[in-house]
Design a protein around this ligand. Sequence first.
Ligand code: IMP
Ligand code: MG
Length: 179
Amino acid sequence: MSGQRRVRVLYEEAQVQARTEELAREIAQWKPKNLLVVAVLKGSFMFAADLMRAMHRAGLEPQVEFIHLSSYLDGTVSSGQVKILRDIESTVQDRDVLLVDDILESGRTLAFAKDLLAARGARSVKVCCILEKPGKRAVQIDADFVGFHTPDLFVVGYGMDVAHSYRELPYIGVVETDG
Ligand code: IMP
Ligand code: MG
């Protein structure tokens, strides 16, 4: 690889943390019953962990499950197909479900997951993501709880990757290549 790669920060760690606390309070106002958080792997792992702790502080008692879905190959181009790589174990029958993901872009991943959990008998399915890219939807779906509406840039950090790298960053940014 030529040149040095740097990450230009879009959302600082403290900003992400503060917004996550607000989101948890918004979710608490929904007053969900028998709440099951379904975190979509891999991208949501860091946000889901922070959101769970913030939900505790907001007075909620969520359970958590993980579903591993894949709609991207190793690069930055969507394959358009969603596959279940690992499914949840708990029943969603008659439960309020909160789907948690990193970013809502084409909407294919979350639309697929939402339809799946609704078909399994969830009482309701709401969607929470830390980022949303306006104007990029290929299918009709909106997030009920959104951290930040973000420009149409390929972002990394806070669980999000490009080719499996940068997930560890505590902030969200854009990769820039010098030289
Ligand atoms: P969608 O199905 O097109 O909405 O894309 C959802 C998934 O694509 C997200 O959960 C991410 O894993 C990935 N994705 C979309 N945009 C970005 C980005 O800018 N950076 C990193 N991953 C992204
Ligand atoms: Mg993802």
